[in-house]
Design a protein around this ligand. Structure first.
Ligand code: GLN
Ligand code: ZN
Length: 772
């Protein structure tokens, strides 16, 4: 394919870049500042150096227009709250005394002032700080950070485009401030917020910005007519300003849908759309809206949130189609590169044959620049790159790492019956009661016990060779023995081994499954200074040998009480990994489910009668638009059932999820057909128990009675009172007693005290029940 078309104006750009630096310098500097080891000036200098390195890197890669203002010490939504003056009252004094310390106080809280709530950024694993607004919120423009970072980039001689969270998305992400009525809608503040944005835009214009990008990812979710009216009002007003830069409104993560024609009718100057497979409908929607004649279209053809190389020929075909639909077409990543690691060059341990299939942030910027060149100068100008790209794609498609015929054949042979327990719940429940002999209101925990520094040090010693694996195993066995004996002494009914051998609940399994790759430096920001290294689900998945059976049976050998086996479920394995993009997610989930099914069956054969398959991510990967949800929930629940349905009726399957808002998926939770579910509930006063009851949930449930997110020890009285609340919704034969989540982040002293109180509370309420 040769494109004759030459569009000299085509530019390449990205919307944001990883902030941390190659060696997580930002994490070290920020945490050093918190501990008083790094001065504010040194922190600022480190940050400025990182921004400079990023811009240089982008410009050397051939990116024509670099983003500014996307950098953050903690979170860009928090930065937006500062930019519009939405500082909660409880933090005002701290911010006035010292803006930097006040900023971190909002992010992390202080002795007297709680932090802002944190929640997931759309369907990614990045967390933002939720703005708190109310009818009395007074906005005030503070463009200092945006202007300063633009100045820095301009001083390097670069063409720069400031990136802001757009006003509609900002308000849609906010929640009512403490004390404000729960039904307050922050979007009602739009008319008050727009003048602040107008002021920031004018400041950026004065500082030399030709263009400003306003990110409106909230518009890729289902929006009401009132929301769309707000969009029309916002951009009609901002577009009508006399003194302003060009306005580029950006969307990503899904199709823009109904908001596309609404935005196209406003006087904005450009639109950025996601054209990866997930949002392919944007192409038709754009054509249907009559395109953007005379205006700028930024085409996100390079996936900004996954780690596979681009398919150049496919992207060029899309770009060529788009040429007819806008005054000018620029090439970009689909979203900020915040969601991918920095550079594949650091991965010296990955086979070079596999490494060529992967593109991290640095490689993606080169892809964008190459595609822009191909679009501007014709495909002949990048013929060598296209040939190399085709060879890399072929290498991946043909590799035995990608494709294992035995795995595919097994997945193809799955029948509906494989995903159904052999007996209905009532029969299973009776068999389990007879087999396990548990008391009323059985007590258990969610899996992990405190991960002490000593355990982490033992793992580090194993990695560096200071301990051999025999020494490490010995250390883990000792920990398991202590955890078992502690639980027996405390009087817990269903024990766990405590998960001391797990670095992370996904990584542990990824390291033991064929088809998964681990990275050494593939850090991605999760929140603030916390970074994670998601494994790469690269090919067909199989389980070469048992992964947990040894530790679990060792724990069971130490006690007569049942020990619960502990696995991470298929949906969570996908949600916290980079997933393959060459087959439907449901197919990948099914392969992971079959591997886990083997583990579940082996645990049962080894004498384990209770097995928990955790799915804390079931809700977070729910598609952003309602239309996509039924299909997702169908494959997600099928995968869970496939992994758990191979067992006997008297083997009890548990699952666990940790969030309080699960109204949208209560039917899916029911469809998992787990015998017992534990859920987070302590903070919401057992609200989930009532939601389950309203739904008519027929099986056993343990709404958490101990909030493990805080070091606070709940008393026997308050725990018993939560249990009584639970009993009002769930009958005593079906109510379990457990904490909200695993205990790995807690210390031993508060864990001990809290679990002792939990057992005492269960006994108190059991006595009350038998007295009736
Ligand atoms: N079993 C895991 C644990 O206890 C569950 C963790 C989670 O839900 N995120 O640590
Ligand atoms: Zn949990």
């Amino acid at each position: 394919m040769t494109t004759e078309h030459t569009t000299a104006a085509t530019r390449s750009t990205v919307y944001g870049y990883p902030r941390q630096g190659q060696n997580r310098e930002l994490k070290k500097a920020v945490e050093g500042y918190w501990k008083g080891r790094v001065t504010a000036d040194a922190l600022r200098a480190t940050a400025a150096g990182l921004r400079r390195d990023t811009w240089r890197q982008l410009s050397e890669a051939g990116i024509d227009e670099v983003p500014t203002g996307d950098f953050s010490y903690y979170d860009h939504v928090l930065d937006t709250s500062v930019m519009v003056g939405a500082v909660p009252d409880r933090h005002r004094e701290a911010v006035a005394a010292d803006p930097l310390d006040g900023y971190f106080a909002m992010a992390r809280g202080t002795q007297d002032a709680a932090p802002l709530e944190m929640t997931k950024w759309f369907d990614t694993n990045y967390h933002y700080l939720v703005p708190e607004l109310g009818p009395d919120t007074v906005f005030a423009a503070n463009s200092a950070k945006q202007v300063a970072e633009l100045d820095e980039a301009v001083a390097l001689g670069l063409t720069a485009r400031p990136v802001l969270v757009g006003p509609v998305t900002y308000l849609l992400l906010a929640k009512p401030a403490p004390g404000v009525a729960a039904d307050f809608e922050p979007l009602t503040l739009l008319d008050r917020l727009l003048p602040v944005y107008a002021e920031v835009l004018a400041d950026l214009r004065a500082a030399g910005a030709e263009w400003v990008q306003l990110d409106e990812p909230a518009l890729v979710q289902d929006r009401t007519p009132a929301d769309l009216d707000a969009v029309a009002r916002a951009y009609t007003q901002l577009g009508g300003l006399a003194d302003r830069p060009g306005l580029l409104v950006a969307s990503y993560f899904d199709r823009l849908g109904d908001a596309l024609p609404v935005l196209a009718r406003t006087p904005i100057d450009g639109l950025a759309l996601d054209f990866t497979d997930a949002a392919a409908a944007n192409l038709d929607d754009l054509a249907a809206a009559g395109g953007l004649p005379g205006r700028r279209l930024v085409a996100g053809v390079v996936d900004g949130r996954n780690i596979w190389i681009n398919d150049y020929e496919k992207s060029l075909a899309t770009l060529t189609t788009l040429l007819g639909l806008a005054g000018r077409v620029d090439v970009a990543t689909s979203c900020s590169l915040l969601h991918v690691p920095l550079d594949t060059a650091a991965e010296e341990e990955i086979d070079p044959e596999i490494l060529r299939w992967l593109a991290f942030a640095r490689q993606k910027t080169a892809e964008v620049a190459t595609l822009a060149r191909g679009l501007a100068e014709g495909t002949d100008a990048i013929a060598a790159e296209i040939a190399a790209n085709r060879a890399d794609l072929t290498s991946r498609a043909d590799s035995p790492v990608t494709y294992d015929p035995a795995v595919q054949a097994r997945a193809d042979a799955v029948t509906d019956a494989d995903g159904r327990r052999s007996q209905p719940y009532e029969v299973r429940a009776a068999a389990q009661r007879a087999h396990l002999g548990l008391p009323l209101l059985p007590t258990t925990t969610v899996g992990s016990f405190p991960q002490t520094d000593e355990l982490r040090a033992a793992r580090a010693d194993l990695r560096t060779g200071r301990t051999d694996s025999a020494g490490y195993d010995e250390r883990i066995r000792k920990e398991i023995a202590e955890v078992i004996s502690y639980q027996e002494r405390t009087g817990i009914d269903v024990l766990v081994h405590g998960e001391p051998e797990r670095n992370d609940m996904v990584q542990y399994f990824a390291e033991r499954l064929s088809g998964y790759l681990a990275t050494r430096h593939g850090w991605v920001q999760s929140y603030g200074t916390r970074y994670v290294r998601p494994p790469v689900l690269a090919g067909d998945i199989s389980r070469p040998e048992p992964m947990t059976v040894g530790w679990t049976t060792y724990a069971q050998s130490l006690t007569d009480r049942p020990v619960k086996g502990m696995l991470t479920g298929p949906v969570t394995m996908l949600a916290w990994s980079f997933v393959r993009d060459d087959q439907p997610l449901g197919d990948t989930a099914r392969q992971v489910a079959l591997a886990l099914r083997d583990e579940v069956d082996d645990l049962e054969s080894a004498g384990i009668s209770v097995i928990q398959v955790d799915e804390p991510a079931l809700r977070e990967t729910l598609p952003l638009r309602a239309a996509g949800r039924p299909a997702y929930l169908a494959w997600a629940t099928e995968a869970f059932r496939l992994s758990t349905s191979g067992v006997r009726p008297d083997t009890q399957i548990h699952t666990h999820m940790c969030y309080a808002e699960f109204g949208d998926i209560v039917q899916a939770i029911d469809d998992l057909d787990a015998d017992v579910i534990s859920l987070e509930a302590a903070r919401s006063h057992m609200q989930v128990a009532h939601e389950l009851a309203d739904h008519g949930y027929p099986r056993e449930a343990g709404p958490g009675v101990y909030d493990i997110h805080s070091p606070r020890v709940p008393s026997v009285r308050e725990t018993a009172s939560l249990l009584r609340t639970g009993l009002a919704a769930i009958p005593s034969e079906r109510l379990w007693v457990n904490p909200d989540c695993g205990l790995k982040t807690r210390g031993w002293p508060e864990t001990r005290a809290s679990l002792e109180n939990l057992v005492a509370a269960a006994r108190t309420v059991r006595d009350e029940l038998s007295a009736h």
